[in-house]
Design a protein. Sequence first.
Lengths: 445, 445
Amino acid sequence: MRKYDVVIVGGGPAGVSAALSAKNSYPSKNVALIRKDMKPMIPCGIPYILFSLNGVDENILPDVPLTTNKIEIINGEAVDRKDHTLILSDGEEIQYEKLVLATGSVAMLPKIEGNNKEGVYLVHKEREYLERFRTAVHNAKKIVIVGGGYIGVEVADELVKAKKNTTLVEMMPQLLPTMDQEFGDKVKEILIGQGGTIITGKKINKILGETSVDGVELDDSSKIECDLVIISVGYKPNLELVKKIGIPYQEGKGVPVDDYLRTSEKDVFAIGDCAVKYDFFTGDLSNIMLASTAMAEGRLVGSNLYSIRVVRQYQGVLGTFSTKIGKTAFAVSGLTERRAKEKGLEYTVGISKAVDRHPGKLQGVSEVYVKLIFSTYSHTLLGAQIYGGDSVGELINMVSVMILNRMTDTDINTLQIGTHPLLTPSPIAYPVINATINAIVKWFK
Amino acid sequence: MRKYDVVIVGGGPAGVSAALSAKNSYPSKNVALIRKDMKPMIPCGIPYILFSLNGVDENILPDVPLTTNKIEIINGEAVDRKDHTLILSDGEEIQYEKLVLATGSVAMLPKIEGNNKEGVYLVHKEREYLERFRTAVHNAKKIVIVGGGYIGVEVADELVKAKKNTTLVEMMPQLLPTMDQEFGDKVKEILIGQGGTIITGKKINKILGETSVDGVELDDSSKIECDLVIISVGYKPNLELVKKIGIPYQEGKGVPVDDYLRTSEKDVFAIGDCAVKYDFFTGDLSNIMLASTAMAEGRLVGSNLYSIRVVRQYQGVLGTFSTKIGKTAFAVSGLTERRAKEKGLEYTVGISKAVDRHPGKLQGVSEVYVKLIFSTYSHTLLGAQIYGGDSVGELINMVSVMILNRMTDTDINTLQIGTHPLLTPSPIAYPVINATINAIVKWFK
């Protein structure tokens, strides 16, 4: 039996960040991380193994941060527990003082007739599965993707770049249903421009074929021929281990935790996709699973394993997310217009568009479009959606910081924002400021 | 005589932003902008007319924002005043109710023997001067740049890209003296790598030649041959008009204003480079002249011309700035380590380095290096310096927002930061977070 002070289960980003933060916060404690996959994937890099990367092995989460910080890596699967001792599938026993569960999430398989045929793939996260998936994609000619959320559109983007005959089917009326319509439409336009076929507002009825896939049938009875189906309709918390070791959980939602990621059992914490989340604005249960949240939890949990040293500043999921489709980056943080409406928040929209270099005659210019949602009465920023060039990846983080600090239109309008011809929009056209002014002008009227 | 409610003097970014904000805030008022140059330059684009742009006319600040907002443009030079009426050089009289001075700054000519020879250029902002400057640079073979601040290194970068024989001389021991040593050294390395010659820690004694330049002599008596000298040692407030019209000013510092940009005279405001500035951290007089500050002032002044509607949130110059040298972006906001030391602020440094895409096998990866300065006792973020890929232009703005909100190490460490393989560093390596953790680890020890 091996003994550790802190044991983390799960080798994904949440687990790694918890391990690092535990070791940073309590250097004298010994910390171990148990993981099923010897070579865990970078989760958000998975779509890119299909084309942009030269193989699955280019997407391995490096061990260096763990090994340089003297965190013990245990390759194995925890399957049971006795008191403060985990039991691995090979019988080995691992004793802990503090246990952090970071078991992540698993891809959902929707109830579609024929979903078990050969040639149907989910976007799982295991390296060996992904090797087979990649080979199947490379051998396929016509591919149907089911689901037009983030993963679905990222996979579609890879496939059209690889010149595969690609059809994406989304049952909602737009792609990226967690962003507003105009952003989904922009993604659609880009994917079609690269040769993809996009069908929105329709469901898949059946997956066709004898033993292996030869097509799909939609809910309007039309058929699409294909030799591969990729299903990407979301993920659910991986609760396999918590069920075995008797930690309370909510089916489909995860392990309930307090603000410090403590489960109902003393000495056991849960973080990331496997822990219950709440919405930043409404306190509702949230099913958003993002590295941005998981990492923040991982960093917090490690500091507070033995006592609350670091008081939590931000609670609730903001849902900060970015991606790139074709040559255009898309990003969202906080409330969209649709969700503000659904949740009954009175809001004012500010919009601005600019080019992201100045003067616009410089090379490498992209258009950047910013949509901000403000609270009409309290004037705080509630949400932002952006598309544009690669800098959008950091621009959305700036806006997240604004939302988390409850900044108002005035705060933002009087900000000192740095700009440079070769790096950003012009100071006069800076779109986060100008979208704010666009909202302010509505108030002044 | 023409009559306007609001008259702005100055057609640069500060003046334009003031005009727009006046019109947005008081739509029924008529607003006029008086400017000397019919075709004003984008100030921060000026270095790029030398090589990256195909001529001076590609760097004109567009009139569209003014004309679409029905702001009257008056091309002329204000030279005198009677009561509330400005008099232009052609005798025309322009009456105002509120006057905003945004006359900007002028390049300083240091007292160097021979500074009036043919072939000596300053980085002025006037279009016609810049036409001549550009032609002279294109015809020159060997060029010496005096001054290694932002403009100096940007000009040097353009010249080495244009394959000119370029020598830059900076009297301080490093380039970019407003950043810490390692950043100046990195700029030096890049410029040398592109074929430039960099001399630091030496002054120019004389500019040599009969009537036109044929070299410079340094303070160690060594000589450098050249046929063009570009002097770039800073700017000072343009106080020509305020002297003529009797607004109080401080020589070399600008027009004193209160927190709402009001001068000592009712109905007269001053903003941008021509107004006195104070440091964000110490309240000292600041001689930093940046669009980031000027624009924030322009946006504020317009809202508050007739009464204080918008309470000022942020006072003092943060000095948020970004640039790009070679393929590397550099940026700074708030205090550097050197200034923290000079000003007696007790500080802790956090440093982190990462690649700005993940996995690192993806194309277009740059290294990004972040240095943060925290207050040791109060744990607030005081400053950031960064180099890396183009996204640094927005990353520094995120950090500025953090500093302005007086965020602490804990606030930053528990942030939800969005990351994406094609757009940002990995969530585990995200350098603004990891530099924060680097400082935190010092506190935990």
